[in-house]
Design a binder for this molecule. Structure first.
Ligand SMILES: Cc1cc2nc3c(=O)[nH]c(=O)nc-3n(C[C@H](O)[C@H](O)[C@H](O)COP(=O)(O)OP(=O)(O)OC[C@H]3O[C@@H](n4cnc5c(N)ncnc54)[C@H](O)[C@@H]3O)c2cc1C
Length: 237
């Protein structure tokens, strides 16, 4: 067993070239307090939902990702930020998209000798609106039934220039809704987003029945949360 908790160089938030870098050992409380641009609002909202304040003070970003729970609150907002993970071992370091790193329920591409040193997010969409919505059976200290993170940039003419939407707890690993993202690109949202989200845009999800909800309920909840998240993003631009 290796205790990595004292490695200070794996902690903190910084700008590194074209990327924001969040050290793997950064706690959720540190993410909440970090001076980050608007597109990180969803990540900060998710950080506030990780268990309780005590858990947020101890739990780290790397732990949340390496644990690879389908219900990990940190994953959808980081997917929507197009995050990459940096993995380090004695053999060197490598980077991969978070989307490719978490491959299933509790399954990642991390090799046994690697630690997750950092997550890196491209700086491009800094000013875009972002929202995280989590549905659980109660308000606090809850594992989600469904959750959605959205990062949406709208141009001066009221058209969506880029939308990134990720859904968690509705498949073995959280997923980006690429078909919806493509459908939204260029959409005029001056009069709202009604009718833009269609059932087929969620077809990549594969929710399960469990003690928290049925698959059907999860699908319905995911669609409602996606619509609410988009409305909130567009209304905030
Ligand atoms: C009471 C309670 C409530 C919780 N509620 C929520 C919740 O609502 N939402 C949510 O998303 N999570 C929740 N969690 C889980 C929490 O998010 C994680 O425990 C935390 O983020 C993980 O961070 P950690 O540093 O404690 O990791 P650990 O628990 O120490 O590690 C988790 C896994 O990741 C590995 N790991 C950790 N760091 C690294 C690294 N740098 N490199 C490689 N592997 C690493 C460990 O070996 C282990 O396999 C809850 C946990 C508790 C105990």
């Amino acid at each position: 067993m290796v205790d990595v908790s004292a490695l200070r160089e794996l902690r903190g938030v910084a700008v590194e070239g074209d990327f924001f870098r969040i050290g793997g050992l950064t706690t959720w409380s540190e993410v909440i307090r970090a001076p980050l641009p608007r597109c990180f609002d969803a990540l900060k909202s998710a950080a506030r939902e990780v268990g309780s304040v005590q858990i947020q003070n101890r739990g780290t970003v790397a732990g949340n990702l390496c644990n690879a729970s389908p219900a990990a609150d940190g994953v959808p907002p980081l997917l929507a930020l197009d995050a990459e993970v940096e993995l380090v071992s004695n053999a060197g370091s490598r980077r991969m998209k978070l989307e490719n790193f978490i491959v299933g329920n509790r399954k990642t591409e991390r090799r046994a000798d690697e630690i997750l040193a950092a997550v890196l997010m491209p700086r491009g969409l800094g000013g875009a609106a972002s929202v995280f919505l989590k549905l659980g059976a109660r308000r606090y200290l809850v594992i989600s039934i469904a959750m959605v993170a959205a990062v949406v940039a709208v141009d001066g003419g009221g058209r969506i220039s880029e939308a990134r939407i990720a859904v968690g707890s509705c498949s073995a690993a959280a997923r980006r809704l690429r078909n919806l993202e493509s459908a939204l690109a260029g959409a005029d949202v001056r009069s709202g987003i009604d009718g833009l989200v269609k059932p087929e845009h969620l077809s990549s999800l594969s929710p399960i029945n469990d003690v928290r909800a049925t698959a059907e309920y999860r699908m319905d909840a995911a669609r409602t949360l996606v619509e609410r998240a988009l409305k909130a993003c567009v209304g905030a631009t």
